[in-house]
Design a protein around this ligand. Structure first.
Ligand SMILES: Nc1ncnc2c1ncn2[C@@H]1O[C@H](COP(=O)(O)OP(=O)(O)O)[C@@H](O)[C@H]1O
Length: 177
């Protein structure tokens, strides 16, 4: 290849678990990583631990993520494969990183209860509920990745988590590079 370094194709896939906060990304990703022996990368935690942000946004009550720093930090492990990444956004990762993109979805009343328990209120609570009603993350995923790798999964009950983890584990086990 002229000028470029040829990358060995990964032998294990990378999965992105995305969705509105509170839909169960971390819970699902942790269980899936345990079932498959894959690495669980919670991007929100990584941003805090490694300071991959540009400070705190008072308006949104959250860190201002530095997307370039996050992508640089993760490039080598993503090229190697075998990762379950969880984050409530998906449009800034390189498309080539992911073999499957899962958007978790939760009914409003359940999501409202989960976020209230987490201490969300006011604008932060209503912004997240609206994000879910208008399927913002699903649209973002469909705009950012090939249609055939994006799927929406319901995450309303603990049984949903078990069945989502079981079907994703099967998918990972039968994945071919
Ligand atoms: N499908 C589900 N059924 C019941 N409770 C759930 C479900 N998904 C998540 N929860 C609960 O909701 C809260 C938020 O889950 P979490 O995995 O942290 O969501 P996220 O990572 O999307 O913000 C946790 O207390 C978790 O136990």
């Amino acid at each position: 290849m002229a000028g470029g370094k040829k990358q060995t194709p990964r032998v294990r896939p990378n999965v992105l678990i995305t969705g509105t906060p509170g839909t169960g990304k971390s819970t699902t990703a942790a269980a899936l990583a345990e079932a498959t022996n894959f690495r669980h990368i919670c991007v929100g935690d990584l941003v805090k631990e490694k300071n991959l942000h540009d400070g705190w946004d008072d308006k949104f009550d959250a860190y201002i993520i530095n997307e370039d720093l996050v992508c640089d930090e993760l490039e080598d492990v993503m090229v190697a494969g075998g990762n379950i990444v969880d984050y409530h956004g998906c449009d800034f990762f390189p498309e080539r990183w992911f073999d499957r993109v899962v958007v978790l979805q939760t009914e409003n009343t359940a999501l409202f209860d989960r976020l209230t328990k987490r201490g969300y209120s006011g604008t932060k609570l209503s912004n997240n509920i609206e994000c879910e009603i208008f399927q913002v993350i699903l649209e973002e995923a469909q705009d950012s990745y090939k249609m055939e790798i994006v799927s929406a999964l319901q995450s309303n009950t603990l049984e949903d988590i078990s069945s989502n983890v079981a079907s994703l584990t099967d998918w990972i086990r039968t994945w071919q590079p």
